[in-house]
Design a binder for this molecule. Structure first.
Ligand SMILES: Cc1cc2nc3c(=O)[nH]c(=O)nc-3n(C[C@H](O)[C@H](O)[C@H](O)COP(=O)(O)OP(=O)(O)OC[C@H]3O[C@@H](n4cnc5c(N)ncnc54)[C@H](O)[C@@H]3O)c2cc1C
Length: 529
């Protein structure tokens, strides 16, 4: 049996690995358009300073995923560089590898992430503690309180993201912390966006959930449930997320799989299989080095964007094509900036190398800049930075649309905007503190939930009529899937293929469960050494 997998991101590589380890007599060919592994979850190495596109927390409630990660990158059994320098204790796995001696290791990292608004740090998600009220001032605190009470008594219909947020946080808090950020991220006002994005992102999170968390912390330290954005630790490959996918790709090749890089799939061939007109996929067309190749396949597992998949297919009903063509995406640009020092100060109790702020990533809510977030890679993994003790490696993040003025900026133009904004909001004192920079652009980083998205079922229903085609992953399903969801879609697709199942509802149902994926018993916290 010959199976073509489209894309060497998390979903594609998981599918290929699973096919080769769980199936027999299967020829697996992965076609990847770019020249690197990991898709959005790649690591870019710029002069020994590594960038993670968006910052990838590894966290899953699915034990299959956790076991899979453990198999590829075992949890650290000794302290990492920063913990050693700071003489800090952390949870360690018995007999786990030492990150100072090997790269094949998964780190357990402390999640710190805050909102930067009006040159002040706020907890993310917003918390109800004295520092928050002190930052907001009395008048704003009263406005937040009254507007929240208003939202309790007057619920809005949840037919858009704005109403979703207002119902949970009140109008004032929404306008301070969600409205601008959401519009900046999606390029659309929250009132134009389907509420289901909020449901995916902050399900279970509301003022009530925040209060429960506050009181939970006070009254019960053991086995408390933690909602979506309140997870406090995460796993992270020593050299960033791409490391996991580079290792997986090596294993796929060792197992006899083929991975063709710089191979962009541009066509999906379909044929009518029987007199009832049932269609199957017979192969794909890809372009490598400017030349076109056709390759036959008994099955195709696709993690390429759903839109491109349908556009590349022959004989698609016009209504399905219309919906697929209208699926929107949001693109993303990031600037790695190496600085000698920061202006923002660490006023927390948390210790860090160089006493920099402890955040892994920071949401920028300031309306005077276009920057959406910034990463501090030093805090993700001390091994992401070439000179941990003397430099800080920051990732500025901007949301844009492929082809717009921002997207078309070259590295110098982008750096000018980014560095000016860093100075403007006070991340650094002056542009003279910048030692180096590097730009990365990521197409289709976010599958968006507007335009024809509310008709996506037409596309899904059509694909489901083609028994030997499986759509997996994030853009592959046009769903806000995290790493673990993307992997699970592939676990399910491979299971179906190996068992000859053609009903793909298990594959499409991943990440549609009621409890959000990150809600999980948090047991690790009591295990601090
Ligand atoms: C800013 C940001 C932050 C994130 N943070 C987290 C996080 O903290 N935790 C988490 O778990 N997840 C996070 N994610 C989600 C995570 O990145 C995705 O779930 C994951 O990368 C999706 O894997 P995938 O294989 O489906 O898609 P991708 O990573 O997009 O990989 C698809 C691959 O297919 C290739 N491809 C596309 N079209 C073609 C074609 N026509 N022919 C051949 N190849 C093609 C691409 O080049 C790519 O390599 C984040 C995402 C973003 C954008």
């Amino acid at each position: 049996m010959k199976i073509v997998v489209i894309g060497a991101g998390p979903a594609g590589l998981t599918a290929a690995y699973e096919l080769l380890t769980k199936g027999t007599d299967i020829e697996v060919i992965v076609l990847e358009e770019s020249n690197c592994f990991g898709g959005i979850s790649k690591t870019v190495n710029y002069k020994g300073n590594r960038m993670d596109m968006g910052g990838h927390r590894f966290f899953s409630k699915d034990e299959r995923v956790n076991e899979w990660w453990q198999n590829m990158l075992p949890m650290q059994g000794a302290r990492s560089k920063d913990d050693l320098l700071l003489e800090r204790s952390i949870s360690l796995a018995e007999n786990g590898p030492d990150p100072e001696k090997t790269d094949i290791v998964m780190l357990l990292r402390r999640r710190v992430s805050r909102i930067f608004f009006d040159s002040k740090f706020y907890d993310y998600p917003i918390s109800l503690k004295p520092a928050t009220f002190a930052n907001m001032g009395l008048l704003n605190t009263l406005k937040v309180g009254f507007s929240y009470i208003g939202s309790v008594f007057h619920k809005l219909p949840e037919d858009n993201l704005e109403n979703f947020y207002i119902n949970r946080f009140g109008r004032k808090l929404y306008s301070m912390f969600f409205e601008y950020y959401t519009e900046n991220l999606w390029g659309r006002h929250p009132s134009e966006i389907d509420a289901s994005w909020g449901a995916q992102r902050v399900k279970g999170l509301s003022i009530i959930a925040i209060l429960k968390d506050v009181f939970g912390k006070i009254f019960s330290k053991k086995n408390r449930k933690v909602e979506t954005s309140l997870i406090e630790e995460f796993k992270y490959p020593k050299l960033g997320p791409g490391e996991l996918w580079e290792i997986t790709a090596d294993k796929i090749k060792e197992l006899g799989g083929t991975i063709l890089m710089n191979s962009e799939v541009v066509g999906i061939h379909k044929d009518v299989q029987n007199e009832q007109g049932k269609e199957i996929v017979t192969g794909v067309r890809y372009i490598q080095d400017g030349k076109e190749f056709d390759i036959k396949a008994d099955y195709v597992i696709s993690s390429m964007p759903l839109k491109d998949l349908i556009v590349g297919m022959n004989d698609v009903p016009s209504d399905v094509k219309r919906v697929a063509e209208g699926l929107p995406y949001r693109d993303y640009m990031t600037l790695g900036v190496l600085v000698s020092k920061l202006k923002i100060q660490n006023k927390t109790q948390m210790t860090t190398v160089g006493n920099i702020v402890p955040d892994c990533w920071v949401y920028v809510q300031d309306r005077s800049v276009k920057m959406g977030r910034f990463q501090i890679y030093n805090n993700w993994s001390p091994y992401m930075v070439a000179d941990l003790e003397n430099t800080i490696w920051i990732g500025l993040e901007y949301f844009c649309q492929e082809g717009d003025d921002f997207w078309n900026k070259n590295e110098e133009e982008f750096a000018k905007v980014g560095i000016e904004e860093m100075v403007k909001i006070g991340i650094i004192e002056s542009k003279d503190d910048v030692l180096d920079y590097h730009m990365e652009k990521v197409k289709k980083a976010y599958p968006a939930y507007f335009d024809t998205y509310n008709e996506i079922d037409k596309v899904v229903d059509y694909i489901n009529t083609i028994d030997n085609l499986f759509c997996v992953g994030r853009n592959g399903q046009h769903r806000y899937n995290n790493l673990d969801h993307s992997m699970v879609t592939s676990f399910e697709a491979v299971k179906d293929i190996l068992e000859g199942v053609t009903d793909k509802s298990n594959v499409w149902n991943v990440n549609t469960e009621k409890e959000y994926h990150e809600e999980k018993e948090s047991k690790n916290e009591e295990k601090q050494k």
